[in-house]
Design a protein around this ligand. Sequence first.
Ligand SMILES: Cc1ncc(COP(=O)(O)O)c(C=O)c1O
Length: 384
Amino acid sequence: MTDYKALTQQYEIDVYPRRDVVLVKGKGARLWDDQGNEYIDMAAGISVANIGHSNSKIVEALSKQAATLITCPNTFYNDTKAVFLEKLFTIVPKNLTKAFLTNSGTEAVEAAIKFARLNTKKTKFIAAMKGFHGRTMGALSATYKTEYREGFGPLVPGFSFVPFNNFEKLAAAVDDDTAGIILEPIQGEGGINIGQKEYFQKVRQLCDEKGIMLIIDEIQTGFCRTGKMFAIENLGIEADMMTLAKSIAGGFPMGALLCSDKIQIEKSKHGSTFGGNPLACAAGIAAIEFMLENKLWEEAELKGKYFKDKLEKYSLSKVRDIRVVGLMIGIELKDKSQPIIVELLSKGIISLPAGTTVLRLLPPLVISYEDLDTVIEKLAGILQ
Ligand SMILES: Cc1ncc(COP(=O)(O)O)c(C=O)c1O
């Protein structure tokens, strides 16, 4: 039998902390490895497979599009892209009127940084401590963790970090050259830290007063994850730009930067070869249709409440705090999360860390209540 692990270790640059499993198949909230073992997926590829693995709507849309047109230069119009854009703008906040389509989250953040500088003619950005926005040079400059930044300097100049949810510190960091403030509504990588409504409302007001672009990063929180189509709906504010990716196209690589009318870009100032390609757009149409038809935000809300209520009935001596918004779940432990993640894997459950002590659970939103029960029972056994 082919040794997939050995081949990967031989040829792939070893940047990923790897689990000792070769995943070969997925359906809904279940994954299978090459030994035939079955797993309940409580990670969804970090909130990518929100509508479930190998969703049949996506499979059909991709197959049909692949047989019709796979690639189309962005200098031409394309039917599938036009339909995707129309569909996307039925679900996003109404003040966002234009999109730049990308292949990943970090590219959407790069575009936001460039567009903010171009439109404000200012250069500086403020981001939050513990925030994560991606790995390319601009997005990395807005990402807090030293481990991710170290050795890559000089990064893009002009970025500073302030504590999340602390308006006074943020306001004090603003000056006449501040072009943008970039924030996640709920910090994902940083530990499922929930943004406060009053904080975001004050930030919005400050941005209006000072002519600063407010960039809301919904890459992890978007597309029904938090019990709303987008987490910004919980905050009662409007973004000047919003970044999307991960679950936008049912698992197919895609991202988008959404802009309000404040953002104007001249022709040829930015671009992407693959951004908004027909395959991604076909998958995106199918993904959005599935979310709407199944009211997936309601599923996330109900299942998140069910999970929290049931888990909290146990006395969990290893747990400090449980934070749940929709099906975005952070279980803050008294100790490191890594051993728990390994133990869960041995019991057939795939989970994620967020920082060192938070166990992060982001299951496909189509997960069954039976699977949630299994996870709760096994989790409670480990965390008691
Ligand atoms: C909030 C947030 N922003 C940006 C990114 C970067 O997205 P990508 O990995 O698609 O470049 C991520 C990825 O985890 C993210 O969670």
